[in-house]
Design a protein around this ligand. Structure first.
Ligand code: IPD
Ligand code: CA
Ligand code: CA
Ligand code: CA
Length: 267
C-alpha cells in the first residue's frame, strides 16, 4: 500500500467488508435462524453471529495472511499476545437485541498493531449508522467529524449501565455503582456495549460502565475514544488488556477521574 498512513487504506477495506456483512445480516433477518444459549440461558448466540464472524475471518486471512484474528465466536485460534496486526471483531454486538427486537445491534471491528489501536469501526446495522476512526485522523459518524468530548460533573452526566449489575448480590463494586447511579443525572441501558462506547465518543452518553466485557466488545470503541479525547480503562483506572475480559469504564476524562477517585477508590 502506497499511502503514508496505510491504516487509512485498511480502514476503507474494513468499512466495505462491514457494509457487505451488514447486508448479509439483514438478509438473514428476513428468513429464520437458529438461536442457542452459551454460558447461561440469557447468553445467546445465533448462526448469524457465527457466519458473520466466519465472513470476516475469511476476508482478513485471504487479504492479509500475516494478520491475526480475535473474534467472540472462536473462529480463530485463541490469541495470547498482541504482536503484529490483530483484527478484534465482534460480529454482532447486542445479540439479545438482534434476537428479540431485530434492532439496535452492531458490528464492531478494531484493528490493532503491536497493541496500539489503528482502526475502529462500529456499525449500527439497522440504523445504517457508521462510527469510524483511524488513529491520528479523527473519528466520524457517517461523514461528520466527532468533536472532542467535553467535561461533565457526575450530577450532570448520563451514564450507560446494565441494571443487572445492581441487583446481583455478589457483583463486585455493587455498593460503589449504586451510589454512582443515585448521583448521576440519568442512566441508560442500550444492550450493545459497542454502540454505548460509540455514543460516549459521539457525546450522546457522558460515560459507560460495565463489570465484564471482552476485547471484542470494546476494541473498536477504544480507537474511537482515543480520537475524541475520551478515557477508557478498567473500573479501577487500569489499562485494558485486549486479551482478557475485565471491568470497563469509558467517559470524558473529567467524569472518568471523578468516578475512579470518588466512587471506585472512594477517596
Ligand atoms: C454483549 C452486549 C451487552 C453487554 C454484554 C456483552 P454480545 O455482547 O454488548 O450490551 O452488556 O456484556 O457481552 O454477546 O451481544 O456480543
Ligand atoms: Ca455474545
Ligand atoms: Ca459483544
Ligand atoms: Ca457478539
Amino acid at each position: 500500500m502506497t499511502r503514508e498512513n496505510k491504516w487509512i487504506d485498511i480502514g476503507e477495506v474494513a468499512k466495505a467488508w462491514v457494509v457487505e456483512a451488514a447486508q448479509q445480516i439483514k438478509q438473514a433477518l428476513e428468513g429464520t435462524f437458529n438461536v442457542e444459549a452459551k454460558s447461561n440461558p440469557d447468553d445467546l448466540v445465533t448462526d448469524v453471529d457465527r457466519s458473520t464472524e466466519r465472513f470476516f475471518y475469511e476476508k482478513v486471512t485471504s487479504h492479509f495472511p500475516k494478520h491475526h484474528f480475535l473474534g467472540e465466536e472462536g473462529t480463530a485460534e485463541k490469541l495470547d499476545r498482541l504482536d503484529g496486526t490483530v483484527w478484534i471483531i465482534d460480529p454482532i454486538d447486542g445479540t439479545m437485541n438482534f434476537v428479540h427486537s431485530q434492532y439496535h445491534f452492531a458490528i464492531s471491528v478494531g484493528v490493532f498493531h503491536d497493541g496500539v489501536g489503528k482502526v475502529g469501526i462500529i456499525y449500527d446495522v439497522m440504523n445504517d449508522e457508521m462510527f469510524y476512526a483511524v488513529q491520528g485522523e479523527g473519528a466520524y459518524v457517517r461523514d461528520t467529524k466527532l468533536k472532542t468530548i467535553t467535561t461533565s460533573s457526575v450530577n450532570e452526566s448520563v451514564v450507560g449501565v446494565n441494571a443487572r449489575w445492581l441487583v446481583e448480590q455478589r457483583a463486585p463494586f455493587r455498593g460503589e455503582l449504586e451510589r454512582l447511579v443515585r448521583d448521576v443525572r440519568g442512566v441508560r441501558s442500550f444492550g450493545s456495549a459497542a454502540l454505548e462506547l460509540a455514543y460516549v465518543a459521539a457525546g450522546r452518553l457522558d460515560g459507560y460502565v460495565s463489570l465484564k466485557l471482552s476485547p471484542w466488545d470494546y476494541a473498536a470503541g477504544k480507537v474511537l475514544l482515543a480520537e475524541v479525547g475520551g478515557t477508557i480503562t478498567t473500573l479501577q483506572g487500569e489499562e485494558l488488556s485486549l486479551l482478557e475480559p475485565s471491568t470497563l469504564l469509558a467517559a470524558n476524562s473529567s467524569l472518568h477521574s471523578a468516578i475512579v477517585d470518588q466512587y471506585i477508590k472512594g477517596e
